[in-house]
Design a protein around this ligand. Structure first.
Ligand SMILES: NCCCC[C@H](N)C(=O)NCC(=O)O
Length: 474
């Protein structure tokens, strides 16, 4: 008799964790490319004459198309209308195209001497590539979140989200630690800007780590084709099982999402929290050089501890949320850690690398606590058929921060340190940047995140979303 009971493919532990493993490869590649330029900031300044503002413009490009052309929102609607297979393949392909343009801009020496709309041509075109890539990786992110809900609802959902994030963070870690050694290893003779002049000179290959990222993205694209096969089998097993298909997405669903207060609180917490971490990562290696006196070659090692800690802690905290609950409390603790870390970074004391290591580890704990509680909380607030659109709206709001904050930091860094530009223009030895003002901005974001996380816990008490309850249904 029991043999007659049909099971969905997602009831098989091996199948659902296998599916997760495959889509994690795509996200690993995406996160690697996202941060691959971070440790190269000092080299971009010495080799190509970029300023901190140029670097800020480039970094902010990640969000240009997502924010202004609403690509992320369209991505979410496409996801809910067309499904995870089509959207996953499309987004992986967009990542490859964007990364290829960025690679071309960085390898093209003739661009170094031109400007487009007043922006250094190389910065401009690399930014266009990064902006296209940003559309791909963000839509891939919401697609993967929806895939995890599809396979893991009622099972280890927070653990699965935590594991996927851990693999993605491995990409971030590699992106912080590997580019400088790779660039040095592939040193060659190429065009550089020396005292404002173009010269052929031996120097590190900034394009080598980007080429490596491009190869990873192609592998991630291929991996997604394998996932498509598994997804078809899952749908077939659920249809055979007589499971009803979800109601199709309707545009009126957007109205329901944006009138939900819990949605706004999660979205605000998301933008504040991530704006104080991801843009920080973009400047962390440079901070290590300028505040803690590390050399360029080793500067990436300390920031790479940040994602390293999250590899273990995100699944651990995800497991805690699954079994014990306390999601809202975890978000509050994460926000408190953020303000603590950035305040100490801002103080003009304790400038020893040991303090930097401790702070980065604490930041890693925050970057494990908040995401492992935040993302599995979204399906408790929003119905599944609206999830693609809800995730995309949250990511859209988050992208304002991921776009604006790095630009602001680059600008504030240049404005607070006019001596750097003067020394560069005069061909003198470039003095160190003072990072106090940028770090105060990051600390302020942490302060606002605490307020929003407290409001979210209050809203959960009022509406009974169950954010403090475990995810695993007994
Ligand atoms: N460094 C990649 C940025 C991905 C941003 C994405 N919108 C996101 O927040 N994902 C969740 C996470 O915690 O990485």
């Amino acid at each position: 008799m029991t043999e007659l009971i049909r099971r969905s493919l997602r009831d098989s532990k091996a199948a659902r964790w296998g599916a997760l493993g495959i889509i994690s490869i795509t996200m690993f590649a995406g996160y690697f490319l996202t941060d691959v330029m971070s440790p190269l900031k000092p080299m971009l300044e010495t080799e190509f004459g970029w300023s901190s503002t140029s670097y800020g413009i480039f970094t902010s490009a990640y969000g240009w198309l997502n924010v202004f052309l609403l690509m992320l929102i369209f991505g979410g609607i496409i996801l809910d209308k067309m499904g995870v297979r089509f959207t996953g393949l499309l987004s992986s392909f967009i990542m490859v195209i964007g990364a290829a343009i960025k690679y071309w801009a960085i390898t093209n020496p003739t661009l170094v001497d031109h400007t487009i709309w007043g922006i250094h041509a190389q910065v401009f075109l690399a930014s266009i590539g990064f902006a296209i890539f940003g559309v791909g990786v963000e839509i891939a992110g919401i697609t993967v979140s929806k895939i995890i809900v599809k396979w893991f609802k009622g099972y280890e959902m927070a653990l699965a989200m935590g594991m996927q994030m851990a693999v993605a963070r491995l990409g971030t870690m590699l992106a912080i630690a590997a580019p400088v050694p790779l660039a040095m290893y592939f040193s060659n003779i190429h065009t550089q800007v020396v005292n404002g002049e173009l010269v052929e000179k031996m120097g590190p290959s900034i394009s080598a780590p980007i080429a490596f990222a491009l190869v990873l993205l192609v592998i991630g694209f291929i991996a997604f084709f394998i996932y498509v096969g598994m997804d078809k089998k899952l749908d077939a097993s659920e249809a055979a099982n007589g499971e009803e298909a979800e109601d199709p997405f309707k545009f009126s669903d957007i109205g329901q999402i944006v009138t939900n207060k819990g949605f706004w609180l999660i979205a605000f917490l998301c933008v504040l929290f991530y704006s104080s971490v991801f843009p920080f990562i973009k400047y962390a290696a440079d901070l290590m050089v300028n505040k803690y006196g590390l050399d360029q070659q080793t500067a990436g090692i300390i920031p790479s501890l940040l994602p390293l800690g999250t590899l273990f802690l995100t699944p651990l905290f995800g497991g805690v949320y699954d079994k014990i609950g306390k999601g809202a409390t975890m978000m509050i603790i994460g926000a408190v850690l953020i303000i603590f870390v950035h305040t100490i970074f801002a103080l003009p004391i304790l400038n020893t690398w040991v303090v930097a290591v401790i702070l980065v580890i604490i930041l890693g704990i925050a970057l494990s606590l908040v995401p492992s509680a935040m993302w599995p909380s979204v399906p408790k607030i929003i119905p599944e058929k609206q999830l693609g659109t809800a995730f995309s709206l949250i990511f859209w709001i988050q992208n304002w921060g991921l776009m604006g904050v790095p630009l602001l930091i680059g600008y504030v860094l240049d404005k607070s340190n006019p001596q750097v530009a003067i020394a560069k223009a005069q061909g003198l030895e470039v003095p160190l940047y003072d990072y106090t003002n940028p770090m105060i901005i990051f600390a302020a974001l942490g302060f606002l995140a605490i307020i929003v996380s407290l409001l979210l816990k209050r809203e959960d008490r009022i509406k009974g979303y169950g954010l403090e309850l475990p995810n695993i249904q007994k």
